[in-house]
Write a protein that binds this ligand. Structure first.
Ligand SMILES: *[C@@H]1O[C@H](CO)[C@@H](O)[C@H](O)[C@H]1NC(C)=O
Length: 370
């Protein structure tokens, strides 16, 4: 670990500047930059993190079974990843990285990448079985004006970001590339799993994976914009229901593309559960190469095997679809709606072509067509 200080005053205090009347106060105000690197860096940063206001993580080699622990950072701390960050192999639950604090800014420097070493874990079973795979990045309680900027991530064992408890977090730019898992057994590699949010903006990200590009389980005041998603399951609300927090409201998903994925626009609520989905807008979404459903809204969800019979415990109200265009493959269904409690929908410019019309839509509210 290497400390540098950004103020001359602190340097004077450290090197015996006896003319300073109150060196302690000066030291408290100084901003301290700390650099951690290599295989000892993760342990060192966990120990010293609260005495640094600028943390630089340079080519870290995080030991197996260890979380790169950036929780409880001092307010306003900046964290910069440089070089390639790697993680030792171990079957465990993770997470491999965890960050929390107020007004925290995490940035990937030019050329930096976090490599989850996923190929060693991928067995086609994701989080449903096989090897225990560590989750990747917990952004739990990154509060205030926190941000994650230009962070490039590849080959995570299973889910990438778990975002929880945010009240104004922005995630800007960066590529998540799990495309190596397409041929190599990557599964459940959701890019963003989002819950219990009161403010979150995700903009300009690229996600190549094998599960949801975005999955919102609960929260309000959430914007996802300028995303490029491929290989996965689409831009999803849900599944909603069966957790401690089962309300989704005030969500805007726009200006994004979804290609070569199972679904495009998807909302799924859990069969028999309670909760609500209200005020969700999908706008200006481009679809291509969608293999199951261009648009799918279903109130019958069960992991792996939807029941086919929608239930009314999680109503979907105030849903706007505006400018959902593009194509699905010939064996895919263009639009599927399975509703027991859906109302107040506004659809315009929904044009999904190339596939089949559904013959099993239920409970389609006025405003929508199936
Ligand atoms: C989406 O794109 C439109 C047109 O370029 C722009 O006006 C709008 O601000 C964008 N939305 C977001 C949330 O950035």
């Amino acid at each position: 670990m290497q400390y540098t200080t950004s103020t001359l005053a602190l340097a004077l205090a450290l090197f015996g500047g006896s003319a300073l009347a109150t060196p302690i106060q000066v030291e408290e105000r100084a901003s301290t930059s700390c650099t951690f690197s290599g295989s000892t860096g993760a342990a060192a940063v966990a120990k010293s993190k609260t005495s640094c206001s600028a943390i630089v993580l340079s080519s870290l080699v995080v030991p197996a079974g260890t979380t790169l622990d950036l929780t409880g950072l001092k307010q306003g701390t900046t964290v910069t990843f440089q070089g390639t960050t790697t993680f030792g192999y171990k079957e465990w639950a993770g997470p491999l990285v965890s960050v929390s604090g107020t007004d925290i800014s995490v940035t990937g420097a030019s050329g930096a990448i976090l490599d989850g070493g996923g190929a060693k874990y991928w067995d086609g079973q994701g989080s449903n079985g096989g090897k225990t795979k560590p989750k990747f990045f917990y952004a739990h309680n990154m509060i205030g004006k926190s941000s994650i900027n230009s962070l490039n991530i590849k080959n995570t064992p299973v889910q990438v970001y778990s975002v929880n408890g945010a009240d104004g977090l922005t995630i800007n730019g960066g590529t998540i590339d799990n495309s190596a898992g397409d041929a190599g057994g990557g599964h459940n590699t959701d890019c963003f799993d989002v819950g219990s949010i009161t403010g979150l903006t995700i903009s300009g990200i690229t996600c190549k994976n094998q599960d949801d590009c975005l999955a919102i389980n609960s929260g309000t005041d959430i914007t996802f914009t300028g995303g490029t998603c491929s290989g996965g399951h689409g831009l999803s609300i849900g599944s909603v229901g069966g957790r401690s927090d089962n309300t989704v409201s005030g969500v805007t998903i726009e200006n994004s593309s979804i290609s070569n994925s199972q679904n495009g626009v998807r909302i799924k609520t859990v069969s028999g559960a309670t909760g609500s989905v209200k005020g969700v807008t999908y706008k200006n979404i481009k679809l291509s190469g969608i293999t199951k459903y261009g648009v799918v809204i279903e109130q019958d969800y069960e992991n792996g095997s939807p029941t086919g019979t929608p239930t009314s415990g999680v109503p979907i109200t105030g849903l706007t679809l505006n400018g959902i265009t593009g194509s699905v493959t010939s064996s895919a269904t263009e639009v599927q709606i399975l509703c027991a409690a859906c109302s107040g929908w506004t659809w315009s410019g929904v044009s999904v072509t190339g596939g089949k019309k559904s013959s099993s839509c239920k409970g389609v509210p006025s405003g929508a067509s199936c």
